[in-house]
Design a protein around this ligand. Sequence first.
Ligand code: EPU
Length: 424
Amino acid sequence: METLRITGGRRLRGAVNVAGGKNSSLAIIAAAALAADVSTLENVPHCRDVTTLVEILEALGARIAFVPGRLTIDARGLTNHAAPYDLCRSMRASFYTAGVLLGRMGRAQVPLPGGCSIGARPVDFHLRGFAALGAKVVTEHGFVKAAARRLRGGLFYVPRSSFGTTTNMMLAASMAKGTTVLQNAAREPEIVDTAVFLNLMGARIRGAGTDTITIEGTDELHGSTYTIVPDRNEGGTYLLAGAATGGDVLVEGMIPEHVTALLTKLEEAGLEVVPGTDGVRVRATGEIRALDVDTAPYPGFATDLHPQMAAMLTLARGTSRIRETVFESRFAYTDELRRMGADVRVEGETVHVNGPSRLSGAPVEAPDIRGGAAVVIAALAAEGETEISKVENLDRGYEGLEGKLTLLGARVVRDGSAGIREAG
Ligand code: EPU
């Protein structure tokens, strides 16, 4: 078992480069699997969820080479329609193979996906979407089986503006016969990134980034070359770590417009925010003020930054409130923060944080990707040493975490065997 040992109390200062987007990469790698030939993707982060998706697509017949930053995928041999159970059950994005296989060969057998324990996370919206494209869909023995002689375009209202459903529908509908209209579509930058890549492959998608996306299906998509958008969640994590330690952090390459809701809240908390063409810088100038935050689909405050924001707010003066509206149980991190001396309480869908707390190092665990990041932030701000277990959850979403933190002046040591471990 690997652990991270963090000796807290050092202000983070300096610059780090933002990685390519994890969630964008997962959707775009899946899109590349629709092609009749080879795609090259740049700026792909080397994190466990990406390598798991690579293994899944290889099991389906794709040939993939992944060197730091660059992934080449040759989808010519992708002819297997049954996705492997063990790999898929560890990760939510494995379910994109359903849209890919259905679009590519008209049939898919895909296990119900796993992923972070942050809510029930069913796939009912995805299944309704496939049915709206004319697929016959059944779920039995832990697998979804979907088939259609040829998908046909249709109108679909995306419930709760679901990110994954919007992605899966863009994948499948790109190869349907006729036009698909998605209403109440997700508007995340990663949706736009995926649509731009699919269009480079020969798809005809309009409206990505708005709540109505129109997809004209086509018979064949070809491979293309593309650079993945920067990871706003990774970048936001380093900005919040800098703020929590009273530091001054520049995240190079981060796109300020992708994190407007976060930057607005950081300013409201009294931090100095400098958005620029080279990235985003956040500097602590004194006391941090308490905040009221509601998570929401983009462009609202990202649920993927909620736990890290809560960790920072343990250092703010007053009572903060974070209402989680996207996932019903994204709160496991609060137990870990309490072990470190934070005054954090969950009531329904709301987290109440009373601060400032004097955090002290303790043995804790990373309960999920972003909850793990919250624990890391608290450890960086705490007095003494924190030992974090279940590091594999952090490795699912963060590339080179301890290297980047060390660059910013943190004391972080990884104990245990080297390399990225199996997804949790
Ligand atoms: N939902 C359903 N049924 C469905 C689909 C979604 O009830 O068929 C519910 C979910 O349970 C949730 C809400 O609808 O309560 C929204 O879920 P959404 O589909 O938008 O999320 P997702 O596609 O499962 C992606 C990211 C998450 C991120 C969310 C929201 C990936 C692989 N995952 O999940 O990222 O939090 O969108 O932005 O892209 C992370 O990176 O740590 C992470 C969890």
